[in-house]
Write a protein that binds this ligand. Structure first.
Ligand code: PLP
Length: 429
């Protein structure tokens, strides 16, 4: 493949935009090489600025669950745009989407729309702190909740430790209120709670981790967290920015039958436009301004174009009873197909999958948390990535990202993808 135009555009981009990108993972730093500039996309395919075509497994990091340029969603945006693009005043479409989400998702009465997943999670912990009148939060090593200060904290050594900021600019004052536990390890959570009695306002997690590869919760983990929260008067926050409307209509809450106190959304809820949201019960949401004391606001929040895109996509999802079965079947087919080949060729690997979220780790061991994800031989990943790309398969440029399948993928696309894995597998030994 030729990447002439992409290379030229990236050179130009670096002059005007830090690192040439508006979000770091796009820069291909983890895999080397220069990023592909996308010209357009339709269904399951991307076309880059050099005219190369790819089968798509990123799907804008999750939102495009129906595939790109889905006609009904595009039309909803066009129709809205013709009537004005932003008013900073209430509109009927906000009622419509709020009502639909509350119907689709368990355990929520009210929802507030924001502009990104970052904003949703940031606002959710402020609300939890305001509601419980406690200041500390527990998050899990390897879980991503956007780039606000409280979440850019990594674990030190040992499980009961104060977080150290992992970006300059995050103050130690902020970091000391974020405590880090190990994913899938209830004991690590309980230890932190016991050594911070009556100080923890909330536990926030990805109920299925998707930002260290795809890592499912082990049996009893989510239910155990629910119990700990009830016992110690702590709010349980599910960050369903990735999993919401992805693994089931009602997200991970529905899939695992565990209820959260606050749920965060992003990605699919905006139908491919910039949207986030957080939702909870009437009681908890009554603490939010203008009714309550916890402040939160946004000039473009509930923007009509974004609401139209989200409402259109969620309606399609809500009215398609077989969508998740189809996605599951396709993802299973891909997982089994790739796994059979890699096993036969003697590649050391393991795969993780929940519904249409999927990841490959180059290790024979089970990947169940951030430590085991890091133990994989990640030197194979850049080779895998570039070989896939060269052969027309577009996956995330990092071993810590999940693949997202869209309903637009056909079994022919999946067969092609599996055939590429077979073709390149000798390079993974
Ligand atoms: C993507 C993501 C976020 C951040 O959302 P942005 O829209 O990128 O700010 C937060 N939490 C999870 C689980 C995510 O996957």
């Amino acid at each position: 493949m030729i990447y002439q135009r992409s290379s030229a555009l990236f050179k130009e981009a670096q002059k005007h935009i830090p690192g040439g990108v508006n979000s770091p993972v796009r820069a291909f730093k983890a895999v080397g090489g220069t990023p592909i500039f996308i010209k357009e996309a339709k269904g399951a395919y991307l076309i880059d600025e050099d005219g190369n075509k790819y089968i798509e497994y990123i799907n804008s990091w999750g939102p495009m669950i129906l595939g790109h340029s889905y006609p009904a969603v595009v039309n909803a945006i066009i129709k809205k745009a013709q009537k004005g693009t932003s008013f900073g005043a209430p509109t009927e479409i906000e009622n419509n989407i709020a009502k639909l989400v509350v119907k689709m998702v368990p355990n929520i009465d009210q929802i507030r729309f924001v502009n990104s997943g970052t904003e949703a999670c940031m606002s959710a912990i402020r609300l939890a702190r305001g509601y419980t009148k406690k200041e500390k939060i527990i998050k899990f090593s390897g879980c991503y909740h956007g780039h606000s200060d409280s979440f850019l904290i990594q674990a030190g050594s040992g499980s009961i430790t104060y977080g150290e900021p992992n970006s300059p600019g995050v103050t130690h004052g902020t970091a000391k209120d974020t405590l880090i536990a190990q994913y899938n390890n209830l004991k690590s959570v309980e230890n932190i709670i016991l050594s911070n009695k009556n100080e923890i306002s909330a536990i926030i997690l990805e109920p299925i981790a998707g930002n260290m590869g795809c890592i499912p919760p082990v049996d009893g983990f989510l239910k155990g967290l629910r119990k700990l929260c009830d016992k110690h008067n702590i709010l349980l926050i599910f960050d369903e920015v990735m999993t919401g409307f992805r693994v089931a209509k009602g997200g991970a809450q529905e899939l695992y039958g565990v209820s959260a106190d606050i749920v965060c959304f992003g990605k699919i809820i905006g139908g491919g436009l910039p949207v986030g949201a957080f939702a909870s019960t009437n009681k908890i949401m009554s603490y939010l301004s203008p009714n309550g004391p916890v402040y939160q606001a946004g000039t473009l929040s509930g923007n009509p174009l974004a609401m139209a895109a989200g409402f259109s996509m969620l309606n399609i999802i809500d009215n398609d009873p077989e969508l998740y079965q189809r996605l599951n079947k396709k993802a299973d087919y891909l997982d089994v197909g790739i796994s059979e080949i890699l096993k036969r060729k003697g590649v050391k690997f393991s795969t993780n999958r929940v519904g249409s979220m999927f990841s490959i780790h180059f290790t024979e061991h089970n990947v169940t948390d951030f430590d085991s994800a890091k133990k994989a031989d990640n030197s194979f990943f850049p080779i895998f990535f570039h070989q896939m790309l060269k052969n027309g398969i577009y996956i995330a440029p990092s071993s810590y990202e999940s693949w997202f399948l869209s309903d637009a993928l056909t079994f022919k696309d999946l067969d092609k993808t599996i055939a590429v894995v077979e073709k390149i597998s000798s390079k993974l030994l």
